[in-house]
Design a protein. Sequence first.
Length: 248
Amino acid sequence: MKSSTQTILEYTQIPRHIAIIMDGNGRWAKKRLLPRVMGHQRGLKALENLCKECARLGVQYLTVFAFSTENWRRPEEEVSFLMGLFLQALKKKVQKMHKHGLRLKVIGERSHFNTEIRQGIEEAEALTAGNTGLTLVVAADYGGRWDILQAANKALKAGKTELTEADLAEHLMLAEAPEPDLFIRTGGETRISNFLLWQMAYAEFYFTDTLWPDFDTAAFNEAIASFQKRERRFGRTSEQLPADQQRN
């Protein structure tokens, strides 16, 4: 759904890191009497367009929930299509990303993917590793609880006997990135569904009924405009914030 009015953004307050649950592909297809897989295909195009807009705005990290650990429970035909779409994107879309200076990082438990997909992930990450533009993080076979558990296990293997927050944080899948400033979920649901549980402690949440394939640049800019109206205090009072961060 396209916005009828132009959204005015404050370009000095663009989120560094945006996390998104791209929900609504299946319902988008169903409304059009199409197979669910067609919604996923259209959703990939929406992601491609959003990457362009994030790069234009100067967003540093965009993390998207592409496939959760729970998604393996979906119908076999749909899972098979999603794996094929993932492989196709790794082979074809990554070349375009590299050309425009974008970097790809995939987080999650890779052991459940077949050899071709695992190899495709490694090659795509290696190809784009030196790029300095937007980093697109794809969470695939990922779960927030799994992330925290694997980080704790790594810390323990490193010899820690009592963990601090810093000990755990350095082993999380997104240890290199700033924590998300803005979390967006499309499709009308208002939960975070085991996504980046640790990292989103102070993220601003934005929920929209717009289905993911319809989440265009105008809708995205509305989400950022909403973020820019928030007062992010991190435990402080309004009066303690710099004047340009206070909201009337």
